[in-house]
Design a binder for this molecule. Structure first.
Ligand code: NAI
Length: 508
């Protein structure tokens, strides 16, 4: 399907953060853009703001002054909705309210031609509901940009029940022509990103509630071990707890109270207290003038001689960690054993978490001085790993692990004996949600991964990550989490289970 020709006039309604950004993107792609807002002067103010931003980019050499003048000349404030009569695509980015958006779409149908595409930037409303009762619901489609629209690559192209495939395909091709990374989704609560991302916040909030560690430690583990740009506490402080909590709530309600999406009481407390994050000066962290950001907890290094490391059986996912320890001068040896993935460091037995608590695994497998290690994005580069230990693991054993890892510049943060640790638990749940998104025909596996990388900057698509870990390992982790917590929330996706049993993968 072909993209809209740049000669097609585009209309944008709502000149707030999103509308202004989308208008800029369309004008940069060569379209004449009419921008309308029902607040007097808002459209012109938005265009002036775009001009100021682009002018700054001229100073940085990203545009020439002539290019900026041409882009700005293509942005026209509209005095009334009737100005949209000649548009081929009208995109609304007004207030997130179903009735108000439906009223607007009804008005637009009477103004625009029959072949005009009516797109909505809604992040939480059903595109199917927005099309209901309209004359031409087949021409109504979601075109969901991410904030800030000129910077973020992702556009979710969302089809309602009656959206014509040709319309969705045209919007997809147009987003691509505008330099974006489009993905296709069926209209369901949260679409792709706002659904699959829920466990990123939820698992950290749970870990805090379970008193696994403090916010700074959990954030640091997600960043320095998991490779995420921010941990959940610093990120939700930035997003605003009112906004993040409302999204979680709307997805939870949208799925009829499925406990997978249950909002956090701890976050609700912050909202109730007005501690909304950066914008109110305090959330999980304080942003007052004299605030000092708390340091993550780390096991300090003893200075004693570093013990050697013995790899039992096949090291699997931990292999890059062993290479790194060897490069750092740790004495490495191996023993053939059926205990794949298990290391011996001094008196400690070290293993990658499989979703069981350390006390459970130590008992079941008879492992002495067990220290469990968290998942890392890349063990060759991680600078911090979460660990947990069984109740009967000695301080000395933990110290030996800390000293050994410190030799390779890896700090360890001990957290309490929770199942699945931090990164593993989060990634398993992200992949599980991605799997259900694919299972339910909402999006393809490739689009789920693209959406999470381009929309929320994940360092790796969750389904690709699960493929790399091995689906049986992810399935086992979830089963153990479900067993340990007794909660339906951790039930493995049918698709994940099926692929694991078949020896398949999400990206065959
Ligand atoms: P905003 O509050 O910054 O801007 C909304 C603009 O729409 C305001 O300028 C307002 O005056 C105008 N407006 C409201 N009702 C109108 C009407 N009936 N007719 C004409 N103009 C009207 O909101 P924001 O953040 O730009 O969000 C707009 C839409 O984009 C919402 O549907 C939101 O869910 C969605 N969205 C927001 C994202 C974000 O991060 N802020 C990300 C992706 C989607």
């Amino acid at each position: 399907m072909k993209a809209l020709d740049s000669a097609v006039v585009v209309g944008v309604i709502g000149a707030g953060a999103m509308g202004a950004g989308i208008a800029q993107v369309a004008a940069q792609a060569g379209h004449l853009v009419f921008l309308y807002d029902n607040r007097e002067g808002a459209a012109q103010a938005a265009i002036d703001g775009i001009q100021r931003q682009l002018t700054r980019l001229v100073e940085k050499g990203k545009f020439t002054a002539e290019e900026v003048a041409a882009i700005v000349a293509r942005l026209q404030p509209a005095a009334a909705l009737s100005d949209f009569a000649g548009c081929g695509l009208v995109l609304e980015a007004i207030v997130e309210n179903l009735d108000v958006k439906r009223g607007l779409l009804e008005q637009l149908e009477s103004i625009c031609s029959a072949d005009c595409i009516l797109a909505t930037n809604t992040s939480s409303l059903s595109v199917t509901s927005l099309g209901a009762g309209r004359q031409r619901p087949q021409r109504i489609v979601g075109m969901h940009f991410f904030n800030p629209a000129p910077v973020m690559k992702l556009v979710e192209v969302v089809s309602g029940l009656e959206t014509d495939n040709a319309v969705a395909d045209c919007v997809f091709a147009t987003a691509k022509a505008w330099g974006k990374q489009p993905v296709s989704a069926r209209s369901t609560p949260g679409f792709i990103v706002n659904r699959v991302a829920r466990p990123f916040y939820a698992e950290s909030l749970r870990l805090l509630q379970e008193q696994a560690a403090d916010c700074a430690t959990l954030d640091a583990v997600m960043r320095d071990g998991g490779g995420f740009r921010m941990g959940a506490f610093e990120l939700t402080d930035m997003i605003g707890h009112d906004v993040n909590y409302a999204v979680t709530h709307s997805v939870f309600d949208g799925y009829y109270g499925d406990f997978r999406f249950q909002p956090s009481l701890m976050q609700k407390e912050l909202v109730d207290a007005g501690l909304l994050g950066r914008k109110s000066g305090r959330g999980f962290y304080s942003y007052s003038e004299n605030a000092v950001k708390p340091e993550p907890q780390s096991v300090s290094v003893s200075g004693d001689p570093v013990p050697g490391c013995v790899a039992l059986g096949d090291s699997g996912v931990l292999s890059p960690l062993l290479s790194r320890l060897a490069d750092a001068g740790v004495m490495l040896s191996s023993e053939s054993s059926s205990d794949d993935g298990v290391l011996r460091i001094g008196s400690a037995t070290v293993a990658l978490t499989d979703g069981r608590m350390a006390c459970q695994r130590a008992g079941e497998e008879g492992l002495h001085n067990l220290v469990l290690v968290d998942l890392a994005l890349d063990y060759g580069k991680a600078t911090r790993l979460a660990v947990s230990r069984a109740h009967n693991t000695s301080d000395e054993a933990l110290q030996q692990v800390a000293d050994c890892f410190a030799r390779a510049d890896i700090r360890i943060s001990e957290i309490s004996d929770v199942p699945g640790l931090v990164v593993m638990r989060t990634v398993a749940m992200l992949a599980n949600e991605g799997a259900d998104t694919v299972l339910h025909g909402v999006a393809s596996a490739a689009d789920v991964d693209t959406a999470m990388r381009a929309g929320v900057n994940y360092p790796r698509g969750p389904l690709q990550w699960a493929d790399q870990l091995g689906l049986p390992a992810v399935l086992t982790t979830l089963e153990h989490l479900q067993q340990a917590s007794g909660e339906d929330r951790y039930r493995p996706s049918l698709l994940l289970r099926r692929l694991a049993l078949q020896g398949g993968s999400f990206h065959a």
